[in-house]
Design a protein around this ligand. Structure first.
Ligand code: LAG
Ligand code: CA
Length: 466
């Protein structure tokens, strides 16, 4: 039986890209739970192609060959279950990156078998669950059978092949049943939500048909699964079209927040939400695993301090559900996989070593700030020039950001109640104790803070300084 869930944290998500299950479990206990993160997006758990000849690229995982979750490059099914349980005990949900639109592609033909030993071919996946009951064959894939070439044609985008990946006939009941069976199996293990990969490539009605088949109670959390959909909206298919089926990734937020921090135009953030999909329906992110490679305006590789500052801002500001990226570093090809053994299995994470960057750790207690200020608005202060900003979050929080190379001493009026506060941008507040080197006092509604160069200050009512 599922253990009783710890009290759930807030909404902030961290994407622990390519982490082993056992490492995710440890991180839930050591850092994420105590510091208020609500959920981890884990990399795809289903059996995937293994491309040893190409050096095990990270994107192997986006080519499913069955829905078995044993023996991926990140561990066994038992490891996966242990992760879900231990994270839940820490108040942290597991969201699975679910690939529903397609299976493997032409580039993997002849590479088999899959990570759990299943033989496959493009359009031929004989054993989806490891019990011999169900498979896919040619009839379960869309007839188009070639790459998407005209991205202005909705029908092509949804019925032809994304980078040559065999495109499932998601309009068919048999396929919808198979997808839901996969997701319900994960729900039964205690998974609390899903990122729908490539959602734009499935008609909305197909996504809704899968949703309607999902169990409504997640063991331990007692609520429907949280769904967020990867939709790179454009003039042909807009992100807003999908909000009825779950939340949606807002790529325009990513572009704006990256550009404005990269340019040190922080005053420009005042209008960051204008014209975007409603924040209540949106996933906000600075980068994801694709854009840190394809659109590296601001990443841990281009400017680490400024990028950390942007992710801290995202947690402090009132737009969307924040999704923090946590990465491994690489040199050379963008295809390079995570730190791995010679057989292609991923190595356990040690933050700051072996290529594991662990950007989320640099955010200290910022997820507690997001939790404490949820539901409050943003009241901008004057700031100082273009690169130094400050705002209140109702009467629950105050934050300041400094994208210059010198310290900013700022005196402001704040709506925070008088008292002493822990600076959760530069340290943590866990178990009722402030571990930050910085504390600040609000007196008579006035506050003076020293905002570090390329740094932030964040104070909130749930993190007193004494
Ligand atoms: C996604 N969202 O909609 C993922 O975020 C993205 O990372 C996935 O692409 C994509 N959709 C499909 O799930 C990644 C890589 C691709 C890779 C693909 C499949 O960015 O480069 O394609 O995963 O592994 C690779 C080759 C292609 C080849 C294809 C099929 O790069 O050249 O055509 O495999 O063999
Ligand atoms: Ca499709």
């Amino acid at each position: 039986d599922a253990p009783a869930a710890a009290e759930a944290n807030g909404n902030a998500i961290v994407h622990l890209f390519q982490w082993r299950w056992e490492s995710v479990a440890q991180e839930c206990e050591d850092f994420l739970g105590p510091n208020g993160f609500g959920a981890v997006q884990v990399s795809p758990p289903q059996e995937h192609v293994v491309l040893s000849a190409q050096g095990f690229p990270w994107w192997q995982d986006y080519q499913p060959v069955s829905y078995k979750i044993d023996n991926t490059r990140r561990g066994t099914a038992a490891d996966f279950q242990d992760m879900v349980d231990r994270c839940r005990d820490s108040g942290v949900k597991i969201y699975v990156d679910a690939i529903l639109n397609h299976m493997s592609g032409s580039g993997s033909v002849g590479a088999g078998p899959g990570s759990d030993g299943t033989e496959y071919g493009k359009y031929e996946y004989p054993d989806l669950y490891g019990d011999g009951t169900h498979g896919y064959s040619r009839q379960d894939f869309n007839a188009c059978g070639r790459d998407i070439s005209n991205w202005n044609d909705r029908w092509e985008v949804q019925n032809c092949e994304l980078v040559g990946l065999s495109d499932l006939a998601t309009g068919n009941d048999y396929v919808r049943d198979r997808l839901a069976q996969y997701l319900n199996g994960l729900i039964d293990m205690g998974v609390a939500g899903f990122r729908y990969d490539a959602a734009k490539h499935m008609p909305l009605a197909d996504v809704e048909a899968v949703n309607s088949r999902l169990r409504t109670t997640v063991p331990g959390w007692d609520q429907p699964p949280y769904i967020f959909q990867e939709v790179i909206g454009d003039g042909t298919i807009g992100a807003g079209e999908y909000t009825g089926a779950g939340d949606v990734t807002e790529f325009e937020y990513h572009r704006r927040v990256s550009a404005r921090f990269a340019e040190a135009n922080l005053q420009g953030l005042r209008t960051i939400g204008d014209g975007l999909i409603n924040g209540d329906d949106a996933i906000a992110f600075v980068v994801n695993h694709d854009t840190q490679r394809s659109d590296p305006t601001l990443t841990h590789r281009t400017d680490r301090d400024r990028y950390d500052l942007a992710q801290a801002f995202m947690l402090a500001y009132d737009y969307g559900t924040a999704q923090v990226m946590s990465s491994y570093d690489w040199t050379g090809s963008n295809d390079t996989g995570p730190p791995s053994e010679s057989d292609g299995t991923t190595r356990a994470t040690v933050c700051g070593q072996d290529g594991w960057v662990c950007e989320h750790r640099a955010l200290n207690g910022m997820a507690t700030f997001a939790n404490a200020t949820d539901g409050t608005g943003v009241d901008w202060k004057d700031g100082d020039g273009n690169a130094r900003i400050a705002f209140d979050r109702g009467t629950a929080g105050f934050a300041a950001f400094n994208a210059t190379d010198s310290e900013w001493s700022a005196t402001v009026d704040t709506a925070l109640p008088d008292g002493e506060y822990c600076d959760v941008a530069n340290g943590t507040f866990t178990g009722g104790a402030c571990d930050s080197p910085n504390r600040y006092t609000v007196s008579g509604g006035s506050l003076t803070v020293q905002v570090p160069p390329e740094g932030a200050v964040a104070l909130h009512v749930n993190a007193p300084g004494s």
